[in-house]
Write a protein that binds this ligand. Structure first.
Ligand code: NCC
Length: 277
């Protein structure tokens, strides 16, 4: 029945066809000329089928001293989050970055130097901001959590060849709905974490995913990020994001070797193309 539960969850995720990015033809974006601004090819088409193996690298402090860098880099594509660097941490996290998922804080908060930092160059960028649960894009455009729109327009104009997408808020909230419908307790009504978003995104474009330190290994620690001396258990268990429930959900779907989970914090998921429902 564990097997059945796994299949049920995987199929539910697959069949909902969750992944959705702004195309620019939605209002108010269409009137603002975004049809020409957003990359012509949708994300799934731009990269679909190209990646056989993918690595998702959580930013958790627990990945320090893992020596997983070489293994991570051996994947066809590597997903990283927000401001997580590789420089100086190659031995533990690798040096390859194919896609970076960023929340709107990265684009709006000057401390991240979004326009200049090398972290956000030469990679495919996927940005998100919650938007209202109602899906009202006009309301979202007027009042995002953090203004990601200004920096998006600037970057698209300055670097039109860089693949750069904004996730449709429907994607986030539909994913939240799936999480809630498979969780006994009430999940707080905040958007999923970048990590959870990234896992589902990669399931849409990869044949096989290895996910590192999303489910904590034996190195679990209160250290929030591998790249910062800041301790907070909420980084791993969640406060704003329903991270704890996300982790239980992912754990239910994954193929796990307990030994690998303990030593590498590694769990494995099939991509949607590999699941027959
Ligand atoms: O911390 P953050 O996430 O950038 O981490 C990326 C993803 O890695 C997983 N993670 C991280 C740390 C940890 N100890 N355990 C983990 O499992 C999570 O899946 C997480 O999503 C975010 O989700 O976007 C978040 O972003 C930060 C922050 O905005 C960015 O790092 C930019 O500075 C948020 N922190 C704050 O707002 C203070 C965090 O809540 C979520």
């Amino acid at each position: 029945t564990k097997q059945k539960d796994k299949k049920k969850l995987l199929c539910q995720l697959k069949q909902q066809k969750l992944l959705k990015t702004l195309t620019g033809s939605e209002e108010p974006f269409a009137s603002l000329g975004w049809r020409k601004l957003v990359p012509q090819q949708p994300l799934e088409q731009a990269i679909s089928g190209r990646y056989r193996t993918c690595a998702v690298v959580s930013s958790a402090g627990a990945i320090l001293n893992s020596s997983l860098g070489r293994e991570i880099d051996s994947h066809d594509a590597v997903l990283r989050f927000n401001a997580a660097p590789t420089e100086g941490y190659e031995n533990d996290v690798g040096s390859k970055t194919t896609i970076r998922i960023i929340n709107s804080q990265i684009m709006a908060d000057p401390q991240h130097r979004f326009a200049d930092s090398h972290l956000y160059k030469n990679v495919t960028l996927v940005a998100w901001d919650p938007g209202p649960y109602s899906g009202n894009l006009e309301a979202w455009y007027k009042n995002p959590d953090y203004d990601l729109f200004t920096a998006y327009v600037e970057r698209r104009k300055r670097s039109p060849s860089q693949p750069f997408y904004i996730l449709h808020p429907d994607f986030l909230w539909n994913l939240w709905d799936i999480l809630q419908s498979n969780t006994e307790e009430n999940v707080h009504p905040n958007p999923p974490s970048s990590g959870f978003i990234g896992i589902v995104l990669m399931m849409s474009i990869c044949e096989n995913l290895d996910i590192y330190e999303f489910i904590p290994s034996k190195r679990h620690t209160t250290l929030c990020h591998y790249y910062e001396k800041y301790h907070d258990l909420a980084c791993t268990l969640g406060a704003y994001h329903p991270l704890f429930y996300e982790k239980l959900f992912i754990r239910r779907m994954t193929k796990v070797s307990l030994d690998e989970l303990m030593t590498k914090g590694k769990v494995t998921l099939p991509g949607f193309s590999q699941i027959t429902c």
